[in-house]
Design a protein around this ligand. Structure first.
Ligand code: SIN
Length: 287
């Protein structure tokens, strides 16, 4: 059966059925998936059953994979796989919870010089209630900005940092159960990226800031820069730009980090357990 693509009625996202993903998918199918990704930005590919090794091999069809800098919650045999889980075993978290990964709107790895081009999350276990993930369409967010704001930010760069201690908007969550200083003392240089990014494939402009990683505007003092960032952060999460996904076991969601932001919505109701495997594909220096 050929691949079926059913766009959602939201500003982004499409459901894909009729495929069985693996490293040996033919080049034509990989090209179709890439084209669908650039058109819909978030692909919910249903009914997959990928081992960690198979997810790595499939993800590598789209580029080199990035290993998370903290080194925590990586799959012991396949370090490009980050384990996300709220299960606690013998008092220790099985994986990163949303306190570490995802509890504020962001695009993956924008604190790096080369942020991620795209990421994949594969659902192994899902909670009955809570644990959704939401994505925002940053082409639409940019397009909807008032002209004077577009002119104001078009040539500006923003500063992105990994360290939450330097980001009052993200803060350290109360359920952050490890040594905050050890976690954030890993040296990761700040990055500076255009606030309006040109998508490397489509050439379209996207709004490229997020409250989790963007802390300031280059060359602008905080008295002017912080209110502008607040305005952009409020704007980019307007409901008309958002698609919220309720996970099913077997979902493999593949998204485009250049043109979206995302959020772990939280709210998992105990004893619900959500366990996902994430891979992130390396990208280019934004321009
Ligand atoms: C992430 O931000 O990569 C994780 C999102 C989620 O856990 O829903």
């Amino acid at each position: 059966m050929p691949m079926q693509i059913a766009p959602y009625s939201t500003a982004l996202g499409a459901e894909i059925t009729g495929v069985s993903l693996s490293a040996t998918c033919d080049d034509e199918l990989i090209a179709e998936i890439k084209a669908a990704l650039h058109e819909h930005l978030v692909l919910v590919i249903r009914d997959q059953d990928l081992s960690p090794g198979e997810q790595v091999a499939f993800s590598e069809r789209f580029g080199d994979l990035v290993v998370r800098v903290s080194g925590e919650f990586l799959h012991p045999e396949y370090p490009p796989v980050l384990i996300l889980s709220n299960r606690v075993i013998d008092g220790k978290s099985e994986g990163a919870t949303d306190a570490y990964a995802g509890s504020h709107w962001h695009s993956d790895l924008t604190y790096a010089e080369r942020p991620s081009f795209g990421s994949m999350l594969h659902a192994l276990e899902v909670a009955e209630e809570g644990g959704d993930t939401a994505w925002g369409n940053m082409y639409a967010a940019y397009d909807a900005l008032p002209d004077e704001t577009k002119i104001r930010i078009d040539d500006l760069k923003a500063i992105h940092v990994r360290d939450r201690r330097r980001n009052p908007r993200a803060g350290i969550p109360g359920d952050f159960d490890r040594d905050v200083n050890a976690y954030y003392n890993i040296k990761v240089p700040d990055s500076r990226h255009p606030m309006v990014r040109t998508h490397p494939v489509t050439g379209r402009k996207t709004l490229y800031v997020s409250p989790r990683f963007t802390v300031a505007i280059e060359g602008m003092d905080d008295a002017e820069g912080q209110p502008l960032l607040d305005e952009l952060f409020e704007h980019q999460k307007k409901p008309e730009f958002i698609f919220q996904h309720k996970w099913r076991v077997g979902d493999l969601v593949f998204w485009d980090n250049s043109a979206t932001i995302h959020l772990a919505c939280g709210g998992i109701k105990p004893p619900g357990v959500r366990k996902l495997h994430r891979t992130s594909i390396a990208g280019e220096v934004p321009y």
